[in-house]
Design a protein. Sequence first.
Length: 155
Amino acid sequence: MQLTHTIYFDRQPDSIYGVLTLQRAEKGKAFKVFERFPCSSGQRGNTTTDWVQGKSPTPMGVHWMSTKQEHLQFEPKGTPFYPMGTSKGSRRIEQPDGPQYREHIGLHLENRFPGTAGCPALLWDTPERECSAWALFAYLDKLHKYEPYIRFVVL
């Protein structure tokens, strides 16, 4: 079975907030699996550049995200973390035309404080959003058997 999944993170350039959609393509057709999850990335006031370590949002472009769950060592401790990089298996997002890079970027739950250190983080400020986030994580865990890495596109 050949499945191809892509996560799209659509974020306004002047905001740390956006929406995340997981899409599956099969036999030339695209299907939305999860749609318009509220998501944040970066710290307020650091939305104009993609290269301020630990403050700016996940850089624009196409990245690769592991579907193998790890667990966060920082808040919210023990919750799922899916690392991202420039290529499959990488844990580093590299700047296309320069020496800068970002490390330790991955999809996870927001820590209930506004903003992140640059990771895309699902908001879980209501019971419905929390339930939806855990459903997405369960889907990614099951997907790992078939697709160890999926594209993560930041628009």
